[in-house]
Design a protein around this ligand. Structure first.
Ligand SMILES: Nc1c(C(=O)O)ncn1[C@@H]1O[C@H](COP(=O)(O)O)[C@@H](O)[C@H]1O
Length: 165
């Protein structure tokens, strides 16, 4: 088995229905990843250990999703030099606005690349792009993927124009 280069972590297993889209995107590009529950609030020492050891274990990007008072992505970014992508997970109350603001409003010097509320697939794709910056084969796959998006968008336009006669 190939060693994981992306860590997909979340504050609770209840985040997985949202976060699995990140894993699926990584699967599509053949990027090896690991997935786990790591909570800054409920397991602070484990969280610090996860972030501190991530780079030496071979991870190159961390995707961190959390809902509500979502401190996990920022706290991981505080203890690792790796890029951290934050996914605001929408919960029953406040529609993910709480999580979005908790993740996106980082103090200067400690960046978290925040995707849209619930947009775990984009987090996976962003991780692929980060890795692809230094991996020509992966960059070619990303370019193919973008071409497919382009063709699908063109086809939608053609169908719309056709339906209008
Ligand atoms: N935001 C955080 C953190 C954290 O930021 O450390 N740990 C758990 N949580 C969030 O609590 C929500 C409810 O969790 P439960 O479903 O386990 O009660 C989840 O969305 C999780 O990400």
């Amino acid at each position: 088995m190939t060693a994981p280069v992306v860590g997909v972590v979340m504050g609770s297993d209840s985040d997985w229905p949202t976060m699995k889209a990140a894993a699926e995107a990584l699967d599509e590009f053949g990027v090896p990843y690991e997935a786990d529950v790591v909570s800054a609030h409920r397991m602070p020492h484990d969280m610090i250990a996860y972030g501190s050891d991530a780079a030496s274990r071979g991870l190159r990007v961390i995707i961190a999703g959390a809902g509500g008072a979502a401190h996990l992505p920022g706290m991981l970014a505080a203890v690792t030099p790796l890029p951290v992508i934050g996914v605001p997970v929408p919960l029953k109350h406040l529609d993910g606005m709480d999580s979005l603001l908790s993740i996106v409003q980082m103090p200067a010097g400690v960046p978290v690349a925040t995707v849209a509320v619930g947009a775990a697939r984009n987090a996976g794709l962003l991780a692929v792009r980060i890795l692809a910056a230094s991996d020509e084969a992966l960059r070619a796959k990303m370019a193919d993927f973008q071409q497919t998006l382009y063709e699908q968008a063109k086809a939608k336009g053609a169908r719309l124009r056709e339906s209008l006669g």
